[in-house]
Design a protein around this ligand. Structure first.
Ligand code: NAD
Length: 692
């Protein structure tokens, strides 16, 4: 696990635990053993701990978390990591970390326990524990502030913010930056030039300005107040950091151990960890083992509208050349300019180096000629949502590209079987359903027809991963997965509005539940016309879902499409996206109520939440029963990544299980009696509940 070599008085300890050098208890033991051996060798003057030239370590094996649910196990895990890294810091001989790649969590905690650090460029440094709902447990809360100062440390610890090698150098997190192939030479040079061990826990220079510390803690306190009470990790991080500074590093380390155990004892943290594994499962497909993906050296996108632009952007971000074709020259120019402006903005914000941005933009080209896409290995169509238009475009792709090229459709509603009709080689059609904005949203639904070839599916999956997205494989069924749940949720929100609940109260209830925004703020952003259009397709496939509220229909008829027209469910001042109460919506709601002879009623927050959440939960069991998703955890990953279902609740199915299937079934039955068959529980839910 540790490769041990001594040359010229320097002992190099190379982590050797392929493929990712994940830190396990076994690796910690091996490291301690190797350190002691090096300490005892008289010929060794200094020690270098390193990994590969472009990758140091992926950090602690997350599987350790699964085994640390009991408090004593959590405390022991944290203590074993702390003790190992303390031994590194206590080494009488100077220790340099020579690191590269993505330095996350415990990998970084190991590096900061060394006396000096040399980093390859490019490298990224982050402490993402907080996103898993835990505090760092291997000394990170104690050493990081002493190395980079409190303010920078808290940003990394509380926000999981990643920094690059140059920023790390400026902050003092690393002592030198070089190319990967010079890493060991630079580490040796640092050993030669430094007086001896510099123990991070004893540094005080960057944490002794009381006023700066107060300001940093105050800022952190504000961040805490904005966070979810269910997730206690930020509070535990602050407690450990404070204890380390106000009392002693030893006290801070104990706080790390107990904080970690307390975090592991919460449902929110267990759900976040569950989700971590769920998102890694989605790409594993039954019966696909023998099918190899085709490499995509060059991609093409057809249609430079909102989606095509975002998809092309995502493709160049991943370093893949892409050509975009659109029938409309203005759309082509506008889309390309949007991508350029967005990349330039990242350069201006200091998030992207100019040469990397130039390299990325050079990967983008546009064309109006079908010949221009002929050499693409994968073509994604993102033209209008219209069957004849899409069929014609797919026909042109088949005529222009070689027979082995994969054809992916970004359709949101049209059955791929309908699009495959008339194709010469329909087995090469697959769905790749991106979410808006496609260069940011982390989910891609990969839609599989029964006839989609295994290799085609494997290529779509591999390509989605290359775009650093989470692919979820979905059977070809109307609405696929996310829209199948999201649309009923939006429709239910309009029904509540019609019954008398206030739009602001509905949105507030969902934010309280944990969504990043409420359904109406969201639909105003996306456009109510999209809701009406999508519902037209889905209500035909699922009559049980019932009609869309007349409130939504009349808002669209009246031109209230959302932010893009200055009014939707809410009203917007010019140039301002703050949702304001809309008189027009109020009038339409009153009119619809009057026509239906309905007396508006007060629906409390609990009533709103129950209806909206159970509408999604109920539908999720139907989706499972129909085999649309391969496994429950796929539904969880997709709902969190694709529609903002709160991660600390683990996703829609995990939430149902946490509520208890008997309670879910009873609630759905009572809602069916109260509201109608759209809440009808699926047979699968009854079976699962019956089976206990
Ligand atoms: P859009 O109207 O913004 O863009 C469509 C583009 O396709 C236009 O620029 C148009 O000029 C071009 N186009 C139309 N016909 C063409 C043809 N025959 N040849 C070449 N170019 C042609 O549409 P959009 O919102 O980007 O949606 C595109 C697809 O993505 C649709 O299938 C839609 O359902 C799907 N989708 C949309 C969203 C969303 O939120 N907008 C989300 C997921 C999926």
């Amino acid at each position: 696990m540790i490769d041990y070599t001594v040359t010229g008085g320097v002992c190099v300890l190379r982590l050797d635990a392929p493929p990712l050098n994940m830190i396990t208890f076994g690796l910690l033991d091996a490291l301690r053993g190797a350190l002691r051996r090096a300490s005892g060798e008289p010929g060794v003057r200094g020690i270098v701990i390193t990994g590969g030239p472009d990758h140091f370590s992926a950090g602690a094996d997350v599987a350790l978390l699964r085994a640390a649910t009991r408090a004593e196990d959590a405390i022991r895990t944290s203590r074993l990591f702390q003790e190992a890294f303390q031994e590194v810091e206590d080494s009488a001989k100077p220790v340099v970390a020579a690191v590269a790649g993505r330095m996350m969590g415990s990998a970084l905690e190991l590096a900061v326990a060394c006396h000096y650090r040399v980093s390859a460029r490019p490298a990224r440094f982050s402490m993402p524990e907080v996103t898993l709902g835990i505090n760092p447990g291997a000394g990170g809360t104690q050493r990081l502030p002493r190395l980079v100062g409190l303010e920078a440390a808290l940003r990394m610890l509380l926000a999981g913010e990643a920094i690059d090698a140059d920023r790390a150098l400026a902050l003092g997190l690393v002592d030198a930056v070089c190319d990967g192939d010079e890493l060991l030479d630079r580490a040796r040079a640092v050993l030669e030039s430094r007086p001896g061990p510099r123990r991070t826990s004893r540094l005080t220079e960057k944490v002794q300005d009381a006023a700066a510390n107060d300001a940093a803690f105050e800022e952190a306190g504000k961040r805490l107040a904005r966070g979810r009470p269910e997730i206690i990790a930020p509070k535990k991080i602050l407690e450990a950091v404070r204890a380390g500074l106000d009392e002693s590093v030893e006290t801070g380390l104990v706080k790390e151990q107990t904080g970690f155990a307390e975090c592991m004892d919460t449902l929110a943290t267990r759900n976040l960890i569950y989700l971590f594994f769920a998102t890694r499962e989605t790409g594993k497909i039954d019966g696909l083992a023998g099918d190899r993906p085709t490499g995509v050296a060059r991609a093409a996108v057809i249609g430079m509208g909102s989606m095509g632009t975002g998809i092309a952007h995502a493709v160049i971000l991943a370093g893949v050349p892409v050509v975009v074709l659109d029938a409309d020259a203005t759309a082509l120019a506008r889309g390309a300019e949007r991508i350029r402006a967005s990349v330039r903005k990242r350069v201006d914000e200091g998030k992207l180096a100019t040469d990397r941005a130039d390299g990325m933009l050079a990967l983008l080209s546009t064309t109006a000629e079908w010949q221009g896409v002929a050499d693409a290995d994968l073509v994604i169509e993102a033209v209008f949502e219209d069957v004849p238009v899409k069929r014609a475009v797919i026909g042109r792709i088949e005529a222009a590209c070689r027979p082995g090229a994969v054809i992916a459709s970004n359709t949101s509603t049209i059955s791929l079987d309908v699009l495959a009709e008339g194709m010469h080689r329909p087995e090469r059609l697959v769905g790749m359903h991106f979410f808006n904005p496609a260069h940011r949203m982390p989910l891609v639904e990969v839609i599989r027809r029964d006839a989609t070839a295994g290799g085609v599916l494997a290529t779509a999956l591999a390509f989605a991963k290359r775009l650093r997205k989470t692919p979820v494989v979905v059977r070809n069924r109307e609405g696929f997965l996310v829209n199948r749940l999201f649309l009923p949720y939006l429709k239910e929100a309009f029904r509540l509005l019609e019954e008398g609940a206030q739009a602001q109260a509905i949105d507030a209830a969902m934010v309280e539940f944990g969504f990043p925004m409420g359904p109406f703020v969201l639909i105003d952003m996306a456009g109510l016309d999209i809701l009406v259009m999508t519902d037209r397709f889905l209500s035909r496939a699922f009559p049980r879902h019932g009609p869309l509220s007349q409130v939504a229909v009349r808002l669209v008829d009246g031109g209230h499409l959302g932010q893009k027209t200055g009014s939707g469910v809410y009203r917007y001042e010019k140039g301002d996206r703050t949702p304001l109460p809309s008189e027009a919506t109020g009038r339409i709601v009153a009119q619809v109520q009057q026509e239906a002879g309905r007396t508006p009623r007060d629906v409390g927050t609990d009533g709103i939440t129950r209806r909206l959440v159970l509408r999604m939960v109920g539908e999720a069991f139907h989706v499972m029963a129909e085999g649309v998703a391969q496994r429950e955890s796929d539904l969880d990953a997709a709902t969190v990544l694709g529609m903002g279902f709160p991660g600390f609740r683990g996703g829609v199915m995990k939430h149902a299980r946490d509520l208890g299937l008997s309670k879910v079934l009873a609630d759905l039955e009572s809602l069916t009696a109260q509201c109608g068959e759209r809440f009808l529980p699926s047979g699968l839910l009854r079976e699962m509940e019956g089976a206990g």
